[in-house]
Design a binder for this molecule. Structure first.
Ligand SMILES: [Zn+2]
Length: 217
């Protein structure tokens, strides 16, 4: 029994030595140390913290919400976006992914596309974007590519938001451009619209099933 115990003890020590020898110092992923942290621990210095004109924010977020409601009326996920230059809306867009069966047609992509056409330039440095839902990786990437001045969003997207919730793409200085952002502008209204959409979506198959049953009888 003692021999067995000694052997087991030796075996454990030996395994530790093997592990110690084989384990190379691992590089902590870049995004883990600097970016992509959960919402609560995202460094606040990447967030746009200067005093905001809340009346202006509401005005433009309301404009984005109007576009989101257009998407809702078409049965699309209700997301709307506007691009603002010199305190005026110069372009807007809403989600048309289902309608056009095009993965690129998020609200932000349409708004950026129209703003570029309107200004005749791919650089939207003096422009800000207001969007009802936190941008996904594609739209956050487009905002960086367009060199947008600021991004303001309504509802946080814990699943795929790449401005604050899942990653902080705007704060990574990609393409040597950092975009200050602010989230949670009219958050209640923006997220209520999305919640209603999913609630209706869940109701739909049940209704269909009920009518099918009726037909059978
Ligand atoms: Zn998107």
């Amino acid at each position: 029994m003692t021999e067995g115990f000694i052997f087991a003890k030796y075996h454990i020590i030996e395994r530790f030595i093997v592990i110690a020898k084989s384990s190379q110092p691992r590089r902590t992923p870049y995004w883990f140390t600097e970016y992509g942290l959960p919402k609560a621990s995202t460094p606040t210095f990447y967030k746009f913290t200067s005093e905001r004109n809340t009346a202006m924010d509401e005005k433009f977020m309301r404009a984005a919400l109007t576009r989101a409601k257009r998407a809702a009326a078409l049965g699309e996920l209700p997301v709307g976006a506007v691009i603002v230059k010199d305190n005026r809306v110069i372009a807007s867009g809403y989600n048309k992914r289902e309608l056009k069966q095009n993965a690129l047609l998020h609200a932000e992509m349409t708004a950026i596309d129209r703003a570029c056409k309107k200004l005749g330039s791919w650089r939207l440095t003096d422009c800000d974007m207001y969007v009802t839902l936190e941008p996904c990786p594609m739209c956050a990437g487009a905002a960086i590519n367009a060199r947008l001045g600021h991004v303001y969003f309504g509802a946080y997207d814990d699943k795929s938001g790449c401005v604050h919730s899942r990653a902080n793409l705007l704060g990574m200085n990609l393409l040597s451009h950092t975009i200050p952002y602010e989230g949670g502008i009219m958050e209640a209204e923006c997220s209520a619209l999305i919640k209603d959409f999913f609630a209706n979506l869940r109701k739909r198959p049940k209704r269909r099933a009920a009518t099918e049953d009726k037909n059978e009888v």
